[in-house]
Design a binder for this molecule. Structure first.
Ligand code: COA
Length: 447
């Protein structure tokens, strides 16, 4: 069976940054370590006044197409995943295709375009759609462009304000891919939950603590479902485990849960038994409460063991590098976790072809998905071509007053009583230019 997966990837960060320990914490009267150690975040990326989900998505897609030498005729499908759409009818992919058609000679008339919505897991779902389309043989030799793009902004004063971010990830899905092959096996955990939602509103209603519980429950179900098709998995099977990362502190909790699950009934559990005992089994306890209490005690000890720390430091910590610098990119978040892992492998000059990743996506509302990915021959060149370090280094560092201004600019219903100038000069990129006759957002390419 021909391999299908991610052929190329590009990242586009918002061009502004908010320093969380340096600028945000003092304003909130918080200890900076709440952000750096507790949530695990240093900075958030923010969109400049002329940036939005369309410009970031189109800029990522253009760089990807130029780098891979593609024209619109090579792309048979454009799917956008976002939780930040400003249009309830016309998909964001049409706006992005419109931007791209402005700079290429031919057009995307032949391409199927759509928009995927299921909170943060939608980016992975759009990759799935592309995978299925190619596997079904409907692609006529063309590739699919998947763009996960979000401005993850929260209302001012909401606890989620600490975990904001803005950026886009463009991925080319193709047969015989250069970067990673996707596994045919998948696991799901999916339930109707009310943890994070935006019913006819721009900023989310979030029950952050509940969302964390729901994330962990759906992940456990997805892991069990994945094992029901793949067979028992072992930690040594995977070089890295990129998780959806709303903030790195969340992944710290999810990784511990996954580790406990995966080592149960294995030699890893036996090896630890002398130090911290065996894992509690439910049938050994009088009721659920007593069992859960015992599990919490076991987890507290597990996370201090050398065995767990070594796995976490090798397989999980390297996936958090970009998230610490950019915050939550919603649909793009798990995809920058994958990129962080691959960048770590490159930095370590790791022999990596044929190694596998265990990729765990999550979307509030709520659904988790788990699959494996196998690293392909071209990974080194693909990851080496990214310019994300340059983008992050070039971000404009917002003062508190500037942050308030730019947040107001991006709030659709806010009547601004002042002009807010761009903080950075646009340079060879798509920019937002204003609203049109039918209330559509308009764009142009600035040389
Ligand atoms: N030093 C070190 N750690 C500190 C600290 C300090 N001085 N102060 C606090 N912390 C830790 C806390 O113990 C906590 O870690 P823990 O959960 O492991 O105990 C963490 O920092 C966060 O502190 P907390 O008081 O819980 O923060 P909060 O009440 O302001 O809110 C969230 C945190 C995550 C609930 C909030 O940011 C949120 O709602 N984010 C949005 C989540 C979201 O969008 N979910 C949906 C998408 S998946």
């Amino acid at each position: 069976m021909t391999a299908v997966g991610i052929d190329a990837i590009e990242i586009r960060s918002g061009k502004l940054k908010l320093d969380l320990p340096g600028t945000f914490a003092p304003q909130k009267g918080d200890d900076p370590e709440k952000y750096t150690k507790g949530l695990g975040l240093t900075n958030s990326s923010f969109p400049d006044v002329y940036e939005d989900i369309v410009t970031m998505g189109a800029n990522a897609a253009k760089r990807l197409m130029d780098r891979k030498g593609l024209t619109p005729d090579d792309v048979g499908r454009i799917d956008v995943a976002t939780e930040s759409a400003f249009d309830h009818s016309k998909p964001v992919s049409t706006y992005i295709a419109g931007c791209l058609e402005g700079v290429y000679d031919d057009d995307f008339t032949h391409a199927n375009k759509g928009e995927r919505k299921f909170a943060c897991v939608a980016g992975t779902q759009a990759v799935d759609d592309a995978y299925n389309w190619i596997r079904a043989g409907r692609n006529r030799g063309r590739s699919a462009l998947v763009i996960a793009t979000d401005t993850a902004l929260y209302a001012r004063g909401d606890p989620g304000e600490a975990t904001q971010g803005a950026g886009a990830v463009a991925m080319l899905i193709d047969a015989d891919p250069d970067l990673v092959e996707l596994s045919i096996h998948q696991g799901y955990g999916s339930k109707d939950e009310t943890d994070f939602l935006k019913p006819n509103q721009q900023f989310p209603s979030v029950d952050g603590k509940r969302s964390m519980q729901v994330y962990l429950s759906r992940m456990r179900e997805a892991l069990e479902d994945y094992e029901s098709v793949s067979g028992k998995i072992y930690l040594d099977d995977f070089a890295y485990a990129p998780f959806h990362t709303p903030f790195p502190g969340m992944v710290r909790k999810a990784a511990l849960l996954a580790y406990r699950h995966v080592i149960r009934d294995t030699t890893h559990e036996d090896e630890l038994a002398g130090e911290i005992g065996r894992q509690p089994r439910e049938d050994e306890y009088a009721d659920r409460e007593a069992y859960e209490e015992a599990i919490r005690g076991y987890m507290d000890e597990l996370k201090t063991t050398d065995q767990y720390r070594t796995w976490y430091d090798d397989a999980v910590e390297p996936t958090l590098g970009l998230a610490r610098e950019v915050g939550n990119w919603y649909t793009g978040s798990v995809h920058i976790a994958r990129v962080s892992a691959l960048r770590n492998a490159l930095e370590r000059d790791r022999e990596f072809v044929g190694d596998t990743l265990l990729v765990a996506s999550y979307g509030s509302g709520a659904q988790a998905e788990i699959h494996a990915e196998t690293v392909r021959e071209g990974w080194r060149e693909e990851i080496g071509a990214l310019d994300v370090d340059e983008q992050l280094a070039a971000r404009y560092d917002l003062s508190w007053d500037e942050y308030e201004d730019v947040h107001d600019v991006h709030e659709y219903d806010k009547d601004l009583d002042r002009e807010v100038e761009a903080f950075t000069p646009p340079d060879s990129e798509f920019v937002f230019t204003g609203w049109g006759r039918m209330n559509e957002r308009q764009y142009e390419y600035v040389e």
